[in-house]
Design a protein around this ligand. Structure first.
Ligand code: ADP
Ligand code: MG
Length: 344
């Protein structure tokens, strides 16, 4: 490429919020044979909210809801994950309170969830309120029979059940399996059902017992489907890559029109999936927001970061789409084609 053509191309890009780091990505873009999109925050808005909360208890319903929200609101307040924000927000809104109890030994298990030890929730329970308007989103399942052997319900005052120091896990099935938490048939059915509609579902285990299931939903970006349709018409293979569960991933992919779906991929395995696609289709571009996918962005032939993104994403990517609009993927391809035509 002549330096002039590259300068013109990158200049036009920059003026339109498309930062292309030099001549190589600019020339490679129009040859791309496969584009793999990250799901959360890339094809979806990345701002999920709680759509359903199921609380298992054998005690008083309101108390159980309150305690559970004090507990998980506090634990997720330590996490940066969008799912964590959704849960903490919901807890704040329901309790009309935000001084959650702190947690100890907080640990993030990438691609799976969080692990911590709780402290007393007594203060939170005492000072919060109950927002009845949110009760439409909450369901209480009486677990009297099937789990009374697992939860010690000897105390009729259920605050004593969740108050104090407990081992808390919030995350997906992989986390529950890894930590040897048994998932009852009831929990299983609730989880599966919510996932089939595309929601992301996490389970909350307290001392090895599932006490709550939370479903969160993230809106698909308005332009996702049109962009994917255009790419497919151009003969480009389109795939989706996510750490999310298979059912949820498939539901979202179907809505957008993506047939190749890699789900339940741990952050550390995303690079390997990009390599698989390269072997199968040729030149691969990865589009992501940088949360968990920076290495994959760096290892694809052209890494495209969307949104102002994280600093690491901007660092790892060859192309940065400032406006967080996926139509700019098409604009970037077009710019590349035009630049190369000008060179020839
Ligand atoms: P993605 O590829 O969609 O960005 P991640 O790798 O970040 O997904 O997370 C994969 C899964 O791990 C999530 O769908 C969720 O089930 C679980 N998870 C991760 N972080 C948390 C958290 N803070 N709280 C609950 N669940 C979490
Ligand atoms: Mg993501």
């Amino acid at each position: 490429a002549t330096p002039t053509a590259v300068m013109v191309g990158t200049g036009v890009g920059a003026r339109n919020g498309i930062l292309i780091k030099g001549g190589e990505p600019l020339e490679l873009l129009h040859k791309i044979q496969c584009i793999v999109f990250d799901k959360t925050g890339t094809l979806t808005e990345g701002k999920p909210s709680v759509t359903r909360l199921v609380v298992f208890t054998s005690g008083d319903e309101r108390e159980a809801i309150t305690e559970t929200l004090c507990l998980i609101g506090g634990a997720e307040a330590s996490s940066e994950h969008p799912i964590a924000h959704a849960i903490t927000e919901f807890a704040k809104n329901y309790l009309k309170y935000d001084s959650f109890p702190t947690v100890k030994n907080f640990e993030v298990i990438p691609g799976m969830g969080i692990k911590c030890r709780t402290t007393s929730i007594a203060n939170c329970v005492k000072n919060c309120q109950q927002n009845e308007e949110l009760e439409n989103f909450i369901e209480v399942v009486n677990c009297d029979r099937q789990s009374s052997t697992l939860i010690d319900v000897s105390a009729s005052d259920s605050v004593q059940r969740l108050d104090g120091v407990h081992q808390l896990l919030i995350g997906n099935r992989a986390l529950m399996n890894q930590e040897k938490v048994l998932i009852s048939k009831t929990v299983d059915v609730i989880v599966e059902h919510a996932q089939l509609s595309g929601d992301t579902v996490v389970m909350v285990a307290c001392d090895g017992e599932v006490v709550c299931v939370a479903a969160v939903a993230d809106k698909v970006k308005r332009e996702s489907k049109s962009v994917v349709t255009c790419l497919k018409r151009m003969g480009i293979h389109v795939a989706m890559l996510t750490g999310d569960n298979r059912n949820s991933a498939l539901a979202v992919a179907q809505r957008i029109g993506i047939d190749t779906v890699f789900s339940e991929v741990l952050p550390s395995h995303k690079v390997a999936k990009v390599k698989t696609l390269r072997e199968q289709f040729g030149l691969v571009a990865m589009v992501g927001d940088g949360i968990n996918d920076s290495p994959a962005l760096a290892h694809s032939d052209v890494g495209i970061a969307v949104g102002a993104g994280t600093d690491v994403a901007v660092e790892a990517a060859d192309v940065v789409l400032i406006k967080d609009n996926l139509f700019d993927v098409l604009t970037a391809l077009d710019l590349s084609r035009k630049t190369v035509q000008r060179i020839k």
